[in-house]
Write a protein that binds this ligand. Structure first.
Ligand SMILES: Cc1ncc(COP(=O)(O)O)c(C=O)c1O
Length: 362
């Protein structure tokens, strides 16, 4: 139960602001942010945080955008079709693969998603980003933050939302800025208007108060308290290493099961790119692969309905834009024992649906 909530009170009061600052300070400590990096609570969850970064920082240099799932595609769309930047290279890969990260040019800005939540593919590391880069790296790190040891020296901007790895209530987003990102903000004026909701500078200077808990607009203090609660829980477990270990253990449990499975395989083609939070699986037996996409979707829907009816799993179907398959959430709030308990049920649901499908065709 959520205790000591500050619901119904002003976020601008001393106590309200202290609670917002508490979210910033606890997140900063858990993620081991360098002391010269800034962290803010911003409107619009992860989407808001990413769009604040894109709208505020881009336009000074060419941009390399790397995409391999639907969220990466959204950022590419923002940059090419809404900001209408001309000097943009989109490096795209389909579901299950990574694009050629070696194509990143350190003289340009780089935009990427650490963990493609809808494909279950993540970057294995940031070795492809130079320490001596001239451009900025802007990283959508939602569903990676708190599940991966993010290499801060390679990231100038990182964003996440409250509801992913820590399982908080969705509301505001989190935005990290490196000193170089702040220098860009203070030296570059975008050619497009910046809505108040996205504005981080005043008269060309960073609005430092935003990074001290003075939110741009009104946050839900109920959700703020829930995030404090999640952060305290994370600390009580042992902090970042414990959170990462919980996600890794669940992924390992699924990998053990998958190795002996005749019908399921990871969507991520390379083992070192498998997400430890959004684990995406495809169905690979010949009869299934031979079906049309609509038929495959119907088969997966039948499986997910069975699992929901048995109260075994909710929302376990792949993202609507992804190939028909399953997605198992393994964020830090999930117990590996529950993931292990789920796996035999997946075999059961698959066999039920397979038998029914073949019986209907006889
Ligand atoms: C990688 C990624 N980026 C962005 C988003 C959008 O996040 P939000 O709904 O918090 O704005 C999501 C949500 O699932 C995501 O997984």
């Amino acid at each position: 139960m959520l205790r000591a909530t500050f619901a119904g009170r002003s976020h601008r009061s001393a106590e309200g602001q202290a609670r917002l600052k508490e979210v910033i300070d606890r997140s900063r400590a858990l993620l081991r942010l360098p002391s010269d990096y800034r962290l803010a609570i911003v409107p619009g969850s992860d989407t808001g945080a990413m769009e604040i970064a894109l709208w505020s920082l881009l336009g000074a240099r060419g941009v390399d955008v790397f995409t391999w799932d639907s969220f990466g595609e959204l950022w590419a769309e923002d940059i090419t079709q809404h900001l209408r930047l001309k000097d943009v290279r989109v490096h795209a890969a389909g579901y299950g693969a990574l694009p050629d990260l070696g194509a990143a040019d350190g003289r340009r800005d780089i935009v990427f998603t650490w963990n493609g939540t809808t494909s279950g593919v993540r970057v294995p590391d940031a070795d492809w980003i130079g320490e001596d880069r001239e451009g900025l790296t802007i990283c959508d790190a939602t569903s990676a933050a708190f599940a991966v040891d993010l290499p801060w020296s390679k990231l100038d901007v990182a964003t996440w939302s409250w509801q992913k790895v820590l399982g908080g209530e969705a509301a505001h987003g989190m935005l990290v800025l490196s000193p170089r990102a702040v220098a860009r903000l203070e030296s570059h004026t975008p050619s497009w208007p910046i809505p108040k909701l996205f504005r981080l500078t005043r008269k060309g200077r960073l609005m430092e108060e935003i990074f001290e808990g003075f939110a741009i607009n009104t946050p839900s203090m109920l959700c703020v308290q829930d995030q404090i609660d999640a952060l305290c829980w994370a600390e009580s477990l042992g902090g970042l290493p414990a959170l990462i270990a919980r996600c890794d253990r669940s992924l390992a449990a699924i990998a053990r099961w998958q190795r002996t499975s005749a019908w399921a395989d990871f969507l991520a083609r390379r083992a070192d790119t498998r997400s430890n939070t959004s684990v995406c699986l495809g169905l690979v037996e010949d009869w299934f692969v031979a079906l049309t996409e609509a038929e495959r979707r119907a088969i997966v829907n039948a499986m997910t309905e069975l699992l929901a009816r048995e109260a075994v799993a909710c929302d376990i179907g792949a993202y609507r834009a992804a190939p028909p398959g399953l997605r198992i959430w393994c964020g830090a709030t999930v117990d590996t024992a529950d993931v292990e308990a789920l796996l035999p049920w997946l075999d059961w649901a698959y066999n039920e649906v397979r038998v029914r499908y073949h019986a209907a065709r006889q």
